[in-house]
Design a protein around this ligand. Sequence first.
Ligand SMILES: CC(C)(COP(=O)(O)OP(=O)(O)OC[C@H]1O[C@@H](n2cnc3c(N)ncnc32)[C@H](O)[C@@H]1OP(=O)(O)O)[C@@H](O)C(=O)NCCC(=O)NCCS
Length: 167
Amino acid sequence: MALAIIQLDSANPRAHGYAAVIHKIITDEVNLSQRSLREIRGLIAGKEVLLLLNGDEIVSFLFLTPLDKKLMEIHSMYTLPQYRGQGYMSKLLEHSIRTFDTKFFAVTFHEHTEKLLSKFSFKKVPFAVLSASAKFTFVVNRAKLHRILSVVSFMKKRRPIYLLKSD
Ligand SMILES: CC(C)(COP(=O)(O)OP(=O)(O)OC[C@H]1O[C@@H](n2cnc3c(N)ncnc32)[C@H](O)[C@@H]1OP(=O)(O)O)[C@@H](O)C(=O)NCCC(=O)NCCS
């Protein structure tokens, strides 16, 4: 496989195509909270989308959103079903930790994600450990009707788990 990791941006000639693929994946995936195509394009414009590619095909992606100067949120982690359990998301996580000189934060409703992130020294924390500006950005990022509905629907089944990687 010809694997490559790229930080997608709007100048990439395939940016529109990748945005459409990511939008379709998220729409069909029950474990990810929903995003409009416009939001995904906004994330790409902000260089918040990391892709693991096999040639031109997306194998895995994750989003990395700065919450304050020292903290990035990792979210919407996804690997195509046929590629799962082969270490591809771990490669994207390793790359992120190596590339960005920051602490990392993640929120999940899923034990499998908690287990995966704990391998990278993420620890459970209360939401209160975030700075005021990080909390504000986190909440503003979710203040869209479809995002709130996703969170409410997950919270009917499980409590959120807040995870921080600080070293
Ligand atoms: C969670 C997810 C991104 C992991 O991606 P991945 O590329 O399979 O990750 P890795 O191969 O690096 O494996 C990490 C862990 O995934 C779990 N895993 C292994 N095979 C799996 C499979 N077939 N399906 C799901 N999870 C599997 C294991 O816990 C594995 O850890 P292990 O190696 O100690 O057994 C992927 O399963 C996925 O896209 N799931 C659907 C979307 C989702 O739940 N996203 C997270 C929302 S918070």
